[in-house]
Design a protein around this ligand. Sequence first.
Ligand SMILES: Cc1cc2nc3c(=O)[nH]c(=O)nc-3n(C[C@H](O)[C@H](O)[C@H](O)COP(=O)(O)OP(=O)(O)OC[C@H]3O[C@@H](n4cnc5c(N)ncnc54)[C@H](O)[C@@H]3O)c2cc1C
Length: 467
Amino acid sequence: MSVRPAAGIAFPVTVPVLVIGAGACGLTAALAGHDAGAEVLVLERDRVPRGSTALSSGFIPAAGTRFQREKGIADSPSLLAADLFAKNKHRSDPAVTAHVAERAGPTLEWLADRHGIPFTVVEGFLYAGHQALRMHATPKRTGADLMDRLLAAIDAAGIEILTDATVTALYADPDRRVRGVEIRRPDGSGERIGCGALVLACSGYGGDPALVRQHIPEMGDALYFGHAGNRGDALRWGEALGGFSRDLGAYQGHGSVAHPYGILITWALMMEGGFQVNREGHRFSHENRGYSEQAVDVLQQPGGVAFDIYDERLHKLGLDFEDYRAAAEAGAVRSAPDIETLAARLAIPAAELAQTLVETREMAAGERTDPFGRDFTQKPPLSPPFYGVQVTGALFHTQGGVEIDAEARVLRRGGTALPNLLAGGGAARGLSGPERDGYLSGGGLLSAVVLGRIAGETAARITGELR
Ligand SMILES: Cc1cc2nc3c(=O)[nH]c(=O)nc-3n(C[C@H](O)[C@H](O)[C@H](O)COP(=O)(O)OP(=O)(O)OC[C@H]3O[C@@H](n4cnc5c(N)ncnc54)[C@H](O)[C@@H]3O)c2cc1C
């Protein structure tokens, strides 16, 4: 994954805009570059483009959209920016964060109007840290559906994706202008492709265990739930070209992956009144700070596991989610007419779990305050029959990456932009700041889709200036 001198290297084919990675970021960048009049080629290591995007829930936050207005939801880009800053304690790049919040709504409307990708607002529960209902999703409410629709839009626009094409090296001039790339095919053969501008949309480093252990030691042994092909290539190339990386300790984790089934259990269950206990039947955290930081809290419990405890009302809410239905079908979800029987089915001490339930009910009635600081009074207390799932904590994707400006140009140490290198999504510094608890839900696809669009537009402009 090197950067080599371009001098004397011939490129049999040159395209104006080259995009590495066919996830949400790369595909959105390609659509934007194409709409801006540039010829675009996307390079993807896998035979079938899926990325972390297809593994995700596909929920994208955006504020002030017409989809929200149709539902009477009041929201604004400044409110979204305020929520991002509140979560990351004002430690993300202020200009990039405000710009992404501003462009999120128009980007989803552009994808809908120009590229036929239908979005609606996800209703029924509010994710931690969001002041308005602003998660948007495609009809099946899965990342796989989002990917299928992005790929259909790419196809309709006539944009080519070269699959089975792992980019292994970049070629650059002494002034760090990227001239082209080398790709490797599964049969070991190699090719070179020249470019006018290059978009790094090959995501983060969750698929490189050594980088994870180095930068996120607390998740070094955790299950990685994202795309295995995201191995930190953007980070290495960006740094080799004089860019620098920021916030490498930040990430999206999740504290509710059914264990040992490996299926996501929606955090909506916790936001709407459920709670988590450890093997001893005790709560151990304020579940509603966010699912991401909960990953470490769960991993620190005995055996590295916890149990989601909820009731029939929440089970029905869960059934709205494809993942949850799959977990239920797989047998991960246990239920019982009373809490003692549920405890037995989950192998938790019955008296302790029953006592924890009593305490949460008292907190819901305002008779007791939560030592962890959660407000239980806003949701109904749990009532029989009860449900439970054994879960563990997992790493979903890394948030650190190459530093960019608001036009998605990769920056050198010192702040000037590299001539023709852009980045977005998991490849770029995210919107979480440096800490593990700075990730606001939806920040991954927000960065992928919005910075993808911006990167595609900037790349087209750079190549236009070259003509
Ligand atoms: C289970 C799960 C649920 C999630 N749910 C949500 C959610 O609801 N909302 C949200 O905002 N975020 C969510 N996320 C995070 C979200 O999936 C990511 O932030 C987002 O998909 C990143 O998009 P991307 O395009 O940057 O990367 P990806 O979608 O991972 O695409 C990167 C692509 O680059 C390719 N690639 C890598 N290296 C090379 C190379 N050298 N040459 C060629 N190709 C290469 C990879 O094969 C891959 O296809 C979730 C993540 C997980 C794992």
